[in-house]
Design a protein around this ligand. Sequence first.
Ligand code: GRF
Length: 207
Amino acid sequence: MNRVVKKRIAVFASGFGSNLQAMIDYQKNNGLNGEIVLVFSNNKDALALKRAERHGIKTAVLSPSGYEDRKTYNLEILKILDEERIDVVVLAGYMLLVGEEIIDRYRYRIINIHPALLPSFKGTHGIKDAFDYGVKITGVTVHFVDEGLDSGPIIIQEHVIVDQGYSLEKLEEEIHKVEHRIFPLAVKYICEDRLKVIGRKVIILDE
Ligand code: GRF
C-alpha cells in the first residue's frame, strides 16, 4: 500500500456541493492519504465552486456549450487533469456524463455517488423516483464509473428505511446524511489503494 505519496484528487460538481463539503471536512478532521487539489464544474454558478474557493482549492469551469462536440470538450477536461497531475476523480453531484476519453484514462480511478440502491433508480432523480415508487428501503451507492449510466462496480452501499411518515424532503435529508458519511470513506479507501476490482465485485482490503 502506497501511503507515502498523497493522491491528487479532482472533485467534479455541478451544484450545491454538500458532498464536496463533507469531503473537505473529512480531510480536515480525519486526514486522508490524498488532497482535493481541484474542483471542476460545467456550471459557473455552482455553489460547489464557492465552497472550494473558501477553502483555497483551485477551481476550473468549462461549459460544454463552448465546444464543437463532446469529444473536444472531454479532451479539454483531460488537459486540465493532466496539468494538475490528478490521480483520482470524484463525481459529487456532477450532472454530465463523463466521456469515454476520460473514463479510458482513469479506469477504476473515477468514483460517483448515487442517491439510491443501484441498480434500482438510476438517473438524475434517484431519491424522488424511489419515493414515488413507494419502496420501503432505499439508500446510497458509491461506485466506480464506467461507460454506462450509474452502472460501474459498487464500492459501498448503505440502506435507508423509508418511514411511512416521511415526506420527500425528509427522505432527501436522510439520504444526504448517509451520503456525507460514506462518500468520504470511499475516497479514503481509493486514496489508500485499498479497492480491488474483480469483475463486478469490489473488495475493500484491510488497512
Ligand atoms: C447527491 O444526492 C448525489 O447523490 C447526487 O447528486 C447530489 C449532489 O448533492 N449524485 P451535492 O451537490 O453534493 O449537495
